[in-house]
Ligand binder design. Structure first.
Ligand code: ATP
Length: 303
């Protein structure tokens, strides 16, 4: 098996509505893959297709080398899945519910369930219906992780969790990766996946707009530069430099935007006496916002 998840030209239409259009994507075994996009982008549609909860209009999906449409039973055993709308029988107690789900997966030791519940500060004796949204989400996390699945597919896993529990969740993801498990998790917030994802994909309106490592995405973000000179400078000297745009001169102060290497700008500035220099890199969240709104051009889709 070369890829944990392999999607080829996957398309799903809901009547006249497009859920997903021509999605081609590969997730490597053992990596944590962040799947990002705004509300309605098609994240849950993709995840439901992976689990054969819905069927594609065209295109193919391979999961752990298998076809979700014909091998769903085996896949469900090897996958830990947290649905975006995770629901279980509210009359059960948390411990009973998790033991039941554990038995469905071939048996999970009670000590394993207790250990995860303890880490997430989840009361196993509480009735499900009495739980807050965040505590219900913890039940969903325990049942996804408890049988050490090869592949974890988590739809908005941090939804409703407080920051402390979010941190614990991120540690659990990192440990899963260290144990060789693959994690595919969706989110609409970059900062959530930034710390833990090896690679991320961004989708918007059902289409892939970028796939890259977090470091690679950072490299795509631009610099806002401000240089103070000892004497006034001319805008023309800087405006045509490679990667330099939005040049503004206010007396002896130059401000501009730099995409890529700032080398040409630094060399041009060095012809004058520089009294101060400041370069702020665009926040990753801002870059994501640009992708979300379509302001950023779709970047090269890196492997
Ligand atoms: N059962 C359905 N019937 C009709 N349209 C649907 C259905 N499910 C999803 N869609 C549409 O498909 C598109 C993608 O929805 P999807 O739920 O996959 O997005 P999402 O990225 O998971 O969003 P969110 O972050 O809000 O959960 C949306 O335009 C949505 O309205």
């Amino acid at each position: 098996m070369n890829t944990a998840i392999e999607l080829t030209e996957l398309t799903k239409t809901y009547g006249s509505r497009r859920g997903l259009t021509g999605l081609t994507l590969g997730v490597n075994p053992g990596e944590v893959f962040g799947y990002l996009g705004p509300n309605g982008a098609g994240k849950s549609t993709t995840i439901r297709l992976l689990l054969d909860l819905i069927r594609p209009t065209s295109g193919t999906a391979r999961v752990l080398g298998l076809d979700p449409r014909t091998d769903a039973v085996e896949l469900h055993r090897r996958i830990g899945y947290l649905a975006g709308d995770f629901v279980v029988d509210g009359r059960q107690r948390v411990g009973e519910c998790l033991a039941f789900l554990g038995n469905l997966r071939g048996g999970v030791p009670a000590a394993r369930i207790a250990e995860l519940a303890d880490r997430l500060d989840l009361d196993l004796t509480a009735r499900i219906k009495s739980l807050s949204k965040g505590n219900r989400q913890k039940v969903g996390l325990v049942q996804a992780f408890m049988h050490h699945p090869e592949l974890l597919i988590l739809d908005e896993p941090t939804s409703g969790l407080d920051p402390l529990v979010q941190q614990t969740f991120l540690e659990m993801v990192a440990e899963a990766r260290d144990a060789g498990q693959t994690v595919f998790m969706s989110s609409h917030i970059m900062s959530e996946v930034e710390a833990v994802a090896d690679r991320v994909a961004i989708i918007r309106e059902g289409r892939l707009v970028a796939t890259d490592t977090v470091a690679g995405l950072r490299a795509r973000s631009f610099l806002e530069v401000r240089i103070d000179f000892a004497a006034p400078v001319a805008a023309e000297e800087f405006a045509s430099l490679p990667g330099v745009t939005d040049v503004r001169i206010d007396d002896a102060t130059l401000t501009c935007r730099v995409d890529g290497s700032p080398d040409a700008l630094v060399k041009a500035a060095a012809r004058h006496t520089v009294t101060a220099l400041r370069a702020d890199s665009q926040d990753l969240e801002e870059l994501f916002h640009a992708y979300y709104t379509g302001e950023a051009a779709p970047g090269p889709v890196a492997a």
